[in-house]
Ligand binder design. Sequence first.
Ligand SMILES: *[C@@H]1O[C@H](CO)[C@@H](O)[C@H](O)[C@H]1NC(C)=O
Ligand SMILES: *[C@@H]1O[C@H](CO)[C@@H](O)[C@H](O)[C@H]1NC(C)=O
Ligand SMILES: *[C@@H]1O[C@H](CO)[C@@H](O)[C@H](O)[C@H]1NC(C)=O
Ligand SMILES: *[C@@H]1O[C@H](CO)[C@@H](O)[C@H](O)[C@H]1NC(C)=O
Ligand SMILES: *[C@@H]1O[C@H](CO)[C@@H](O)[C@H](O)[C@H]1NC(C)=O
Ligand SMILES: *[C@@H]1O[C@H](CO)[C@@H](O)[C@H](O)[C@H]1NC(C)=O
Length: 437
Amino acid sequence: MASSSCFHVILFCSFLFFTSTIAQNQTSFRPKGLIIPVMKDGSTLQYLTQIQQRTPLVPVSLTLDLGGQFLWVDCDQGYVSSSYKPARCRSAQCSLAGATGCGECFSPPRPGCNNNTCGLFPDNTVTRTATSGELASDVVSVQSSNGKNPGRNVSDKNFLFVCGATFLLQGLASGVKGMAGLGRTRISLPSQFSAEFSFPRKFAVCLSSSKSKGVVLFGDGPYFFLPNREFSNNDFQYTPLLINPVSTASAFSAGQPSSEYFIGVKSVKINQKVVPINTTLLSIDNQGVGGTKISTVNPYTVLETSLYNAITNFFVKELANVTRVASVAPFGACFDSRNIGSTRVGPAVPQIDLVLQNENVIWTIFGANSMVQVSENVLCLGFVDGGVNSRTSIVIGGHTIEDNLLQLDIARSRLGFTSSILFRQTTCANFNFTSIA
Ligand SMILES: *[C@@H]1O[C@H](CO)[C@@H](O)[C@H](O)[C@H]1NC(C)=O
Ligand SMILES: *[C@@H]1O[C@H](CO)[C@@H](O)[C@H](O)[C@H]1NC(C)=O
Ligand SMILES: *[C@@H]1O[C@H](CO)[C@@H](O)[C@H](O)[C@H]1NC(C)=O
Ligand SMILES: *[C@@H]1O[C@H](CO)[C@@H](O)[C@H](O)[C@H]1NC(C)=O
Ligand SMILES: *[C@@H]1O[C@H](CO)[C@@H](O)[C@H](O)[C@H]1NC(C)=O
Ligand SMILES: *[C@@H]1O[C@H](CO)[C@@H](O)[C@H](O)[C@H]1NC(C)=O
């Protein structure tokens, strides 16, 4: 009796000792946030990032997808890791991911092909192609950050991702091995990082307009950019994030709410005058059609045809004193840039206002974010016609959000936006990537 209770005590003691060692290590370093760099690929105009994954760690290049569901990577070619773990059917991981199916694989086991695993549908949102793939976990390592500089690297040993296939990489930038989904799901990068490192469910995106890298910062602000510019709550305007009840992604995700970030544009103004548009298109209907989303996989802002025509024509009228020149695809309204002055926030053209939940919450788009220099003397309005049956009426694309700081506050379901930070005499390329680890 006595010896048995002593045995229990010893066990209990060593258990305590063990957990306190872990706790000590965790409290000795808990990152305030994490960062990943973002580079723009010149040929595809995709925004690329890099993380380290597997054992041993290797750098993995990924196309950044703000509204994407999760991390997916090609497991068919070159996936070597001693820490790869398929998610077993009915495990907590499958349920967290919302993966209900149970799969078998008839070839010898390898990453992406194991028996008794649950799966999801990784999709290439650039080409709108999807397939099915095994849910798995592996080590992911990224740099921690205090919002100002990168710090030491931290690892999540059981980071969930989905195995894609080599063909799914078609249409992605050269060297890319998958996509990094930052969308509204429980297994997107921001959700897993916040849960693993216990920081607020917020992240900020700052895409650079130049060849220098921009940044995604996971965790709460303030966020700092050189020279000594600080962005905290007061520097953002906020608008609610809206949920589209119907997935706009792959056909396989039908029935799921969309993982993408929608906002409520109520009207559009150019030079502070209301552009006459069919406002029905601005709300999301019960089929998930309509509304406004933000996307990093669309290089330019895409508008449903009637909105495209109304906005383009209005803009052309407001810029009537500047010589219009032949259109350059994919744009419709192009101008002789020699007639257009320049300002801190880009070419001196009429400002475009997206009026949000009320007349006081306005996202203003200045020349740097509305105009695209297509050749030495030609500047085009950087909006693209999305067709008459476009699923989402306004897709705010990469060019429109470059050098804007966006904060996705998932916990409060709101978007913080700054409009152009060129006004603040900084850019998204001004994050100080000098490590202080
Ligand atoms: C805690 O950290 C020390 C030194 O940093 C390391 O040697 C040890 O293995 C860690 N223990 C655990 C349980 O992670
Ligand atoms: C996987 O399961 C199927 C059906 O249960 C079985 O036929 C097959 O041999 C298994 N494959 C491996 C590699 O164990
Ligand atoms: C930390 O991560 C960065 C970026 O992923 C990488 O370049 C660097 O080599 C890593 N440092 C260490 C010490 O592993
Ligand atoms: C406005 O758009 C809606 C949705 O596409 C359409 O059903 C309606 O006919 C349009 N109204 C007008 C006046 O064009
Ligand atoms: C065109 O008009 C805008 C204001 O409407 C003005 O700011 C700009 O200087 C004018 N450009 C030329 C070339 O006259
Ligand atoms: C970037 O950060 C490092 C580390 O804090 C600092 O030494 C360096 O001066 C910073 N760079 C600039 C241009 O301020």
